[in-house]
Design a protein around this ligand. Structure first.
Ligand code: ATP
Length: 306
């Protein structure tokens, strides 16, 4: 995406948004409700015209792709003819796209619906519908997979299956996978990278490791060690900020990896080493806080105005 913008009347849904999604990894496209995720994905897939900017696949806009279904598979919303079986639903798409009808059975098996292929899609559970939508997106064996809130309606087992499946597509088959969600916790274990948006703007782009290491890359690290005093002296010797209480050191402006390295080099035994900014969800809220378009006032704010 390069400089994408879109407004609806006075609502600026997407504002000068630029980011890149790479093959071989699963990227989470995150932001609170109304942040502009669906609008962005619709522009990416040529379903909506941006006011300005471009969304391209290897440099080509969706509408100019010569084999769109082989390039991109997408699940934006799940709608099926209720009386049609899952298999027939897929066969209709095979026929329209010129794929062999046997592709329908292949993708049904891929998403774990082989046994339900002959049943009416209208009788499918929400989770099964999600799987059928995913199967439809996979028909062209596309290089890029775009999924809007795919975990919606899935039970924990389904979410775990989806996690493994998406990671397999990206890591083992080198596909590009972009998954939107409004909950970081929902995709935390699935994604390698995140693109976080708030109020239509890019808030953060980077790896999960970068996000975990704190809002600005270096944070506060807690260390428990039977040799706390010696370690504190060693860290202080080169100007690192350290406070000590009850054998627990609070080290500022660094990362757990760096502190661990220093301890290892000095042969100091550690019993605990963790980032104080370990609450990923807290970082996410901090990054997107105040950007939710229809945010309810927080209980604290309500309290304060009483
Ligand atoms: N067709 C439309 N007409 C008018 N306003 C729209 C339209 N589509 C989206 N919007 C508005 O644009 C903003 C972004 O919406 P969008 O659906 O892209 O957000 P989202 O991040 O996908 O949110 P959610 O997680 O709730 O789906 C919202 O304020 C929404 O009300």
């Amino acid at each position: 995406m390069h400089g994408l913008s879109k407004s609806f009347g006075r609502v600026q849904a997407v504002s000068d948004l630029s980011f890149t999604v790479e093959p071989g990894s699963v990227t989470g496209f995150l932001g609170p409700n109304g942040a502009g995720k669906t609008t962005t994905l619709r522009m990416l897939l040529g379903l909506m015209q941006p006011d300005s900017g471009t969304a391209t696949f290897d440099g080509a806009p969706y509408t100019t792709l010569t084999a769109p279904l082989r390039t991109v598979g997408a699940v934006l919303e799940t709608a099926f003819h209720p009386a049609r079986s899952g298999r027939n639903h897929l066969r209709v798409y095979c026929r329209a796209a010129g794929f062999p009808l046997s592709r329908a059975d292949e993708v049904l098996a891929q998403v774990g619906l082989a046994d339900a292929g002959n049943r009416r899609a209208g009788g499918y559970s929400l989770g099964m519908r999600q799987r059928l939508a995913l199967a439809t997106a996979l028909l062209g064996d596309p290089a890029v997979l775009v999924l809007d809130e795919p975990a919606n309606g899935l039970d924990p087992e389904g979410i775990q299956w989806l996690r493994g499946f998406l990671r397999h597509l990206a890591h083992d088959l080198g596909r590009t996978v972009l998954v939107s969600s409004h909950l970081l916790s929902e995709v935390e274990q699935t994604v390698d990278r995140v693109v976080i948006v708030g109020a239509g703007r890019l808030v953060r782009e980077g790896s999960m490791d970068q996000l975990r290491s704190g809002a600005d890359g270096a944070g506060t690290v807690l260390v428990r060690s039977p040799e706390a005093a010696r370690f504190a002296d060693l860290l202080r010797a080169d100007g690192t900020g350290v406070t000590s209480q009850d054998g627990v050191l609070t080290v500022t402006g660094t990362t757990p990896a760096e502190v661990g390295r220093r301890a290892f080099a000095a042969g100091i035994e550690l019993h605990e080493l963790r980032s104080r900014t370990s609450g990923l969800e807290a970082i996410y809220f901090q990054l997107t806080g105040g950007s939710e378009q229809f945010a309810a006032p927080s209980p604290v704010a309500q309290e304060a105005t009483r």
